[in-house]
Structure formats: C-alpha cells, structure tokens
Design a protein around this ligand. Structure first.
Ligand code: BG6
Length: 482
C-alpha cells in the first residue's frame, strides 16, 4: 500500500483576484486588490507592495485608474478562458481545484440585500465545467477580495456590521451552490491582517488612532463571521466540510539557548493564535498578556464566545512556503505578528524572492499542527515562485519546480506515515497568475505557462511546462512516483 490514502485530494489552487481578470465585467464591483498598482522591484518602498493606507492614497489610486498598471484587474483572464483552463487541469488528473468566489462579483458593494445574478451565473458555469470532469471545487469565501465600498464606508472589518454582510454573502452562495460545492474555506490566511491590515481586513490604517487595536477588533469580527459561516454551511449543505486557512510560519530557534527557544515558541504561538480560535473555539490565554501590554481591548457582544465555541471548523487548511528563524537576543528578536524574520537559516536555500525552501519543515509543521489540534489537515498552498524561461522551441524546463514539489510531497508522505491525517494538497498557482505580494506576473508558480508580462503584454496563450506531465504522473500514481 502507498503512503497516500485512497481519495487523497490532489489538485491546484488559485484566487479570483489574481486570475479572473474582467474586474469591471458582469456587474462586478471593485475589490481591495483592484486598487493595488505594480511597482517595479527597484522602486519598491516596502517588502510587499499591497497595502493602501489612507483615504488620500485611495483617492489618488481611483483617480489614476485609467493610467496606472493594476495587474490584478486583468489577472490571466480566467473569466473568459475557464473552459480551456479547466480542461488542462482535468488533463493533469486534478481531483480538486481551489478557487475563490469574488465577493464583489456577488455583492458589488458588499452591503446590498440582492445579489448580482450575473456574478452567481458565472460561478455556476465554472462549477458545472468542473463537475463535467469530476473535479471537486474547494471554494474560499474571502481571498483578499473585500468589496472596496466596505473599506470606504465602514473602514472594513473594524465595523461590526461587516459580520452581517459577510454572513448574508456566505448564505447566498451556500444556497446557490449547495449541490455543486462540498468543500469550503472561510478566510484565506486569516493571520495576514496582523501585518497587512488593508488586505486582510480592509482597514485604512490612516483612519485609526491605535492600529493594533483596530486589527484585533477586526479579527474578532472575522472570527465571529467565520464561525457563523461554519454554522450556515452545515445547516444549508448537509455533508459539507468547511475549514479555516492559516499562513503557516513555523519558527525555529536560532540556537539551543533557552532565550531563542522561548522566542521561537512565542512566535509560533502568535501564528497559532488564529487556529486556536477557529479550531479549538476560544481565545488562547497566552494572548491576554499581549493584549494587556499593547493596550488592546476586544469588544465582544454577548453570545460571541458561544458562537466561537460551538461552530469550530471541520478541518484546518494552511499555506506553506517557508520557515522562519527566531532569536531571543535583544534587538534581533523576530517581531510578533511580523511575518518576515531577517535571520537567515544557514541550512536552507532560498528562492529568488528570498523565501527559504524547507521541505522537512512541512513535515515538522504537519506533525505539530496535528499534535495540537487532532483535526484533518489540508495543504491548500505550496509551491515555488520562479522566473521561467521559454526556450527557442517553446518548451519550459522547470526542473527546479519539480525538485521543490517532489521534496515537499515526499515529506507529506512521511508525515502521513507518522500518523498525520491529511486530506489533500493543492499547489499554489497551478496556472501562472499575478503575485499577491508584488503584483508581478514574472513570479510564476504554474504547471501551465501564461504568455503575459508584468505590464500586461502577451497573447495570454497557455503552454504546458515540463512540470505538467510530472504532476500528472504524481496524481495518476497517487503520490507513489515522484
Ligand atoms: C499566499 C496567498 O500568501 O501566498 C496567495 O494566499 C499568494 O494569494 C501566495 O499568491 C504566494 O505569494 P506571492 O506573493 O508570491 O503571490
């Protein structure tokens, strides 16, 4: 018998904001990521260029709309090419395909009562196409696609009213797709808000006096909304399964000095805070000290704690790209809530974007998550962002990507032998798409090459890379032949 269980969900992952395009077609409203412009590497002021911070910045971006380069608006045109793309996924033998529904395609402003029928009909067509090939959709309700109007009018999730808007949106799509979609995720990388409040929670930080307070209050609203969505999903779609989604960042101590061990433990706790709430159903006590020392007071309504406790998720899904190193030395310590540690791990190599490649870290993290939570796990993102070269004969020989994926899948197999319950694996960006953090097209993850550059030039033609046939065989052999 092989290492991977029968029915293991092999597939690929995407998000509406990074691949649909057609940002102003079919009645869709603007989303937060429609406002993010491409900034060439040499001109970037921040590690990641995806936050809008103030009303002034937003006004300027709206005014620049006709002239600027907003890659997420064009995506890779899945909106018009979904049949061709799904046929390619089917050719690879995908068992599942992860995509998100764009919230403003269904509710253009986010706070209306009536949904946009054209938006609903689009996802009907996509789900029907997937069904044709026996591919199970895995659908994220919110993947950085908060309707922009909710930012402008309410300052995003800082406002409690978003809970009702989100639950209404979730119930609308559960009812509409109840016969088509069984697997759901609530918020993509719910922990992203801790370092990117605009993308994670739709917050313009320029409007708030106490940034951390705003972030954790918004997160509380998202936790409640997520639990209410879990409840609604179970009621509306019998037999459905709904999970949370974490950007998992395993932190290693820099040395065996107890100061480093403690620092790594605390960084890890700040990452697992989110899943503690969503899987265990309550705020972990270690956060109390953090809240106290940072003057954070979370306002809860009566009944919130009960909702969190009663409607925990069915499974825990996460993205995994890298591991971090934490140090207890003064001034070197990795900041809590900060995703990026400046400390290099001398045992690991890094991608062209400095993301440290650590397949064994995936096994470590799987074991740790399963030990802590004892619920099924699902890796819904993993992959290598790289520059691909198209050879003269048109071929793309992405052996580096195959090596990366092979090593990670091998460690998944080991973790399963170690007793971890793993439902599936969807590689990130199974078709090249726009990067979340940098809006680059040239940071490619796919098995399928898309002819487009950072400025939107190209034919958008799809070409199979070398990794396409490799992954096809991995799926065909249920992970036995890597
Ligand atoms: C995850 C996101 O953080 O990482 C995706 O959920 C994102 O949306 C992926 O694309 C890879 O990051 P990037 O910045 O390379 O696109």
């Amino acid at each position: 018998m092989g290492r991977f269980p029968e029915g293991f969900l092999w597939g690929g992952a995407t998000a509406a904001n990074q691949f649909e395009g057609a940002y102003n077609e079919g009645g869709k409203g603007l989303s937060i990521f429609d406002m993010v412009q491409f900034v060439p590497k040499e001109e970037r002021k921040h590690d990641v260029e995806m936050d809008v911070r103030s009303d002034e910045e937003l006004e300027k971006l709206l005014a620049d709309s006709g002239k600027g380069n907003f890659p997420k608006r064009r995506g890779i045109d899945f909106y018009h090419r979904y049949q061709e793309d799904i046929a390619l996924f089917a050719e690879m033998g995908f068992k599942t395909f992860r995509l998100s529904i764009s919230w403003p395609r269904i509710f253009p402003n986010g706070d209306e009562q009536e949904p946009n029928e054209e938006g609903l009909a689009f996802y009907d067509r996509v789900f029907d196409e997937l069904q044709k090939y026996g591919i199970e959709p895995l659908v994220t309700l919110s993947h950085y696609e908060i309707p922009l109007h909710l930012v402008q009018k309410y300052n995003g999730w800082t406002d409690r009213r978003l809970v009702e808007f989100f639950v209404h949106y979730a119930e609308t799509v559960f009812k509409r797709y109840k016969n088509k979609v069984k697997y759901w995720l609530t918020f993509n990388e719910i922990n992203i808000s801790a370092f990117s409040p605009y993308i994670g929670s739709g917050i313009l930080v320029g409007r708030v006096a106490h940034k951390e307070q705003a972030i954790y209050q918004a997160l509380h609203h998202q936790f409640v909304a997520s639990a209410r969505a879990v409840k609604a999903c179970h009621e509306i779609i019998p037999g459905s399964q709904i999970g949370c989604m974490l950007a998992r960042l395993e932190a290693y101590p820099e040395t065996c000095n107890p100061d480093d061990i403690l620092a790594a433990l605390e960084v890890d706790q700040s990452n697992l805070f989110f899943t503690d709430v969503q899987v265990r159903g309550s705020y972990p006590s270690f956060m109390n000290r953090y809240f106290r020392e940072n003057d954070i007071h979370i306002e809860m309504l009566p009944g919130d704690e009960e909702i969190l406790r009663q409607h925990t998720v069915d499974f825990l899904s996460f993205s995994y790209y890298m591991t971090m190193v934490a140090s207890g030395a003064p001034g070197k310590r990795m900041e809590k809530g900060n995703f990026f540690s400046g400390i290099q791990n001398p045992y690991l190599e890094a991608s062209d974007w400095g993301w440290q490649i650590d397949p064994k870290g995936l096994r470590i993290t799987l074991k740790k998550l399963y030990d802590r939570y004892q619920v099924p796990l699902f890796i819904v993102e993993n992959g290598l962002g790289a520059y691909d070269k198209v050879e003269e004969d048109g071929s793309i020989n992405d052996d580096y990507r195959i090596d990366y994926l092979r090593a990670h899948i091998d460690q998944m197999g080991e973790a399963i032998l170690d007793g971890v319950e793993l439902m599936g694996y969807t590689t990130w960006g199974c078709i090249d798409l726009i990067s979340a953090s940098t809006s680059e097209m040239s940071k490619r993850y796919g098995f399928i090459y898309v002819d487009q550059d950072d400025y939107g030039n190209g034919t958008l033609a799809r070409t199979k890379k070398k990794s396409f046939d490799w992954y096809k065989n991995v799926i065909a052999t249920n992970g036995e032949e890597l």
